[in-house]
Design a protein around this ligand. Structure first.
Ligand code: COA
Length: 324
């Protein structure tokens, strides 16, 4: 069985790739919805703006039995870590396929001038010994939480909304930020900087719009609620409803600018988001979110809203020199 590079995957290869993802998911569902063929196609064909992707697979005749994607954000030579994802069909594990794909991706990483790579995996799965035996170390824990909207009493949302901090007002928009708030939103996004792990570039109005346009290009819907104070955005929260969501939306950024913290602006904005979604998107039944394991404040806000912990993910990192 050979490792092949899929620089421009064909429809048949995308279907074969999807079969690997579906088999991996079936063996270990871990609370995530099953992958959808359209989602796999989008993943393989469209990289986010400012990022490139390289793909490899192990082929057995016409079938794929293992796949690997390496995401390279920024220009070639930027020293930001690459991101790797290796998936081996459950029937073909422990035969060294994961190691071979990792070696192929390591070559791609070095060729692009990167000095390290990260991978996000579920705690308690074979990925942990696999990565630890290849020079990776755990650098971050992430708590995956889920809110089932049916479990949220209407009175809770109404009460939280009524507890508006004095001097603040709410605005909301769907899709790209309206021009009047674009610069203010970019400034508020800086408030995320202390949480963002590998954020190299600064936020400006152009980048804010570009990120929202990328969501729209995928066919997904971005909803934003922001708290305003004297014309500035004090805090905001974003939800994305994927077009093939099957009822599950994803929490994107939530941030409160440092000088406005401690006034319950985060939970107030999130309650307003829940009320808005209930009104306009009755198809959304669940919201998922990942929080850094040491972000106790955001976890507490989410628990108060009704989010429950579903799984723990770990972020691993390795220097390129340690890879096979
Ligand atoms: C993690 C995964 C990619 C490993 O693939 P694989 O082809 O089985 O791994 P390899 O055969 O190349 O294993 C190489 C080494 O990793 C370690 N390893 C891999 N799986 C292991 C397991 N279940 N238990 C203990 N060690 C393991 C061993 O040291 C192994 O060497 P050995 O077999 O000589 O002892 C595979 O289990 C998988 O697809 N898991 C689900 C998706 C996932 O979590 N991907 C990780 C994202 S990077």
């Amino acid at each position: 069985m050979d490792v092949i590079a899929l620089d421009a995957p064909t429809d048949a290869q995308i279907r074969a790739w999807h079969e690997v993802l579906a088999a991996v998911h079936a063996a270990d569902p871990a609370g995530d919805p099953a992958p959808h063929p359209d989602g796999t196609a989008r993943l393989l064909l469209g990289a986010d703006p400012g990022s490139r992707q390289r793909l490899w697979a192990v082929a057995d005749g016409g079938r794929l039995v293992a796949v690997a994607a390496l995401r390279l954000s920024g220009e070639p030579g930027t020293d930001r870590p690459g991101e790797i994802d290796v998936q081996v069909h459950p029937a073909h594990r422990r035969h060294g396929l994961g190691r071979r794909l990792l070696a192929a991706a390591a070559g791609g990483l070095r060729a692009d001038g990167r000095s390290s790579v990260i991978a996000q995996v579920l705690a308690g799965t074979p990925a942990v010994p696999f990565l630890e035996s290849h020079g990776f170390e755990c650098v971050l824990t992430l708590r995956g939480m889920l809110l089932r909207l049916d479990d949220v009493p209407q009175e809770r949302v109404t009460r939280l909304l009524a507890e508006a901090p004095a001097g603040y007002g709410l605005v909301r928009w769907r899709g790209v930020v309206p021009d009047e708030y674009a610069a203010a939103l970019a400034r508020a996004k800086h408030a995320m900087a202390d949480l963002a792990e590998y954020e190299g570039t600064t936020w400006d109005a152009h980048r804010v719009r570009e990120t929202a346009e990328a969501v729209a290009k995928r066919g997904d819907d971005l909803y934003t609620v922001a708290a305003l104070h004297d014309g500035a955005i004090a805090g905001f929260t974003e939800i994305v409803v994927p077009h093939d969501a099957a009822g599950r939306a994803a929490q994107y950024d939530t941030a409160v600018v440092p000088e406005h913290r401690g006034r319950r602006i985060g939970i107030w904005s999130k309650a307003a988001m829940l009320a808005w979604l209930t009104e306009t998107r009755p198809d959304v039944r669940e919201i998922e979110t990942d929080n850094s394991g040491d972000n106790a404040h955001m976890i507490a806000v989410n628990e108060e809203l009704g989010f429950r912990t579903e799984r723990e993910s770990l972020e691993y990192q390795a220097p390129a020199t340690a890879l096979p």
